[in-house]
Design a protein around this ligand. Structure first.
Ligand code: MN
Length: 228
């Protein structure tokens, strides 16, 4: 067995509600424009065009409850999303088997340097600089599917400093969770530890240092993230 030449990067482990165990993260997939009202607010036609995905990095997921305002942006937006954690995977997963791969769910944010993302969009370039920056995905504790049941409907909201900014329902997703799993598995090999951020309802907007963001999904409760 060969030794690593440099210290091995740590596996990212996320807390699981009511448990000493942690969830190891392998990959993070994020879907774009998955709620019609959000697609419209971003200037797009909400027709059911094929889904598209981008990725964040495993260590962008951050359960600390703090979001440090990132550099090189003056327009950082909140996107409230439900994260889906997989316990297994594969390729070409049939739709009717997709839900059997779900480990659980968590509250999450897809924080976005909107000014940088917008500039990349204009130039037809990748979005990573706007999306996959340090600590760009605050997450709450993971709730096991065995406790929550399947979450295909339920209120989703985000309050900033006590004021509701985003509101929607999981049942308004254009591409449902099983469809996302099945579709992704046609293009990638999914595996245990993969995380899917399932898109944001309408109402995205900027945050400032000192703001308090309260994430909520019916069935997962709420958790607060402070912008520092
Ligand atoms: Mn998003």
């Amino acid at each position: 067995m060969n030794k690593f030449a440099i210290p091995s990067p740590p596996v990212v482990g996320l807390p699981i509600a009511g448990s000493d165990e942690i969830f190891p993260v392998r990959r993070v997939y994020c879907i774009g424009r998955n709620y019609a009202a959000h697609a419209i607010e971003m200037g797009h036609d909400p027709d059911r065009e094929p889904p598209f995905f981008f990725q964040k990095n495993p260590n962008n997921l951050d359960p600390s409850g703090e979001f440090p305002y990132p550099p090189h942006s003056s327009d950082v937006h909140h996107e409230m999303e439900m994260a889906v954690m997989l316990k297994s995977g594969g390729t070409n997963i049939p739709l009717d088997q997709a839900e059997s791969h779900i480990f659980g769910y968590a509250l999450s944010l897809d924080m976005t340097r909107r000014d940088l993302q917008g500039a990349q969009k204009k130039m037809g370039r990748p979005w990573e600089i706007g999306k996959a920056f340090e600590r760009s995905a605050p997450v709450g504790p993971i709730h096991r599917l065995s406790e929550t049941g399947l979450l295909n409907e339920g209120a989703v909201s985000l309050k900033v400093n006590g004021e509701t900014r985003q509101e929607g329902n999981l049942n308004q997703m254009i591409w449902k969770v099983p469809e996302m799993i099945s579709y992704l598995s046609e293009y990638f090999e999914l595996a245990a530890g993969d995380v899917i951020q399932s898109g944001t309802p309408a109402g995205v907007g900027p945050v400032e240092r000192g703001d308090s963001m309260e994430m909520f999904v019916e069935g997962l409760g709420s958790a607060t993230v402070r912008v520092t």
